[in-house]
Write a protein that binds this ligand. Structure first.
Ligand SMILES: Cc1cc2nc3c(=O)[nH]c(=O)nc-3n(C[C@H](O)[C@H](O)[C@H](O)COP(=O)(O)O)c2cc1C
Length: 177
């Protein structure tokens, strides 16, 4: 795949086959994350890879937190079902040593590398921000000294989503002389 195929062909995948994803492939996509740019080369990304029982325990906890929630949790139940069905969930952390927003930018760049590398390997992914509705519960559950940034589902796609509308270059850019 050339760079345009990877960038333009990637889509958020929300339906997965029940097939295993070998750890070697997950290692490859995390290695791609480690090549992202980061502010002052801080590399403030960390990843917790959940499969099997560890993933089931996490999604059970997440679903029970959603059930307990008294606020509107948006599309979280859909994201929860997606994580239950995907064979792999990657929890993405920001070590946040300086407390600067650039650390968030850096980890986000790493996430994009994961999505693109996974697509190049034929894997589907979805970047999940809905976990912010139950942020504290998830951080407590993993007991890490880091900030939670996202989760990512990874698996073999069982969907063929059509193109999403995109703003054009002229919509998003101005060119000043
Ligand atoms: C920061 C961020 C948070 C997102 N959170 C969710 C989410 O919680 N659940 C979900 O289904 N998709 C989520 N998405 C995926 C977006 O809905 C998706 O990228 C967007 O609709 C464009 O579609 P595409 O990824 O197929 O190009 C998120 C994407 C980003 C970048």
């Amino acid at each position: 795949m050339n760079i345009d195929d990877v960038i333009k062909g990637r889509r958020s995948i929300r339906i997965y086959k029940n097939d295993e994803v070998k750890e070697d492939l997950i290692r490859e996509i995390i290695e791609a994350a480690t090549f992202a740019p980061s502010a002052k080369n801080s590399q403030s990304w960390r990843f917790t890879v959940l499969t099997g029982e560890s993933k089931d325990k996490f999604t059970d906890m997440y679903r029970s937190e959603l059930d307990k929630s008294t606020i509107d949790v948006g599309s979280s139940y859909g994201s929860c079902s997606m994580m239950e069905e995907a064979p792999v969930v990657i929890v993405v952390w920001n070590t946040n040593e300086l407390g600067w927003s650039t650390e968030v930018h850096s980890v986000s760049a790493a996430i994009q590398n994961i999505l693109l590398k996974a697509h190049a390997l034929g894997l589907g992914t979805c970047w999940i921000g809905d976990i912010f509705y139950t942020y504290e519960a998830i951080v407590d559950y993993f007991n890490k000294p880091w900030k939670l940034l996202a989760t990512i589902t990874v698996g073999w796609s069982d969907a063929k989503p059509g193109p999403r509308p995109r703003l054009s270059v002229d919509d998003v850019a101005e060119f000043l002389n």
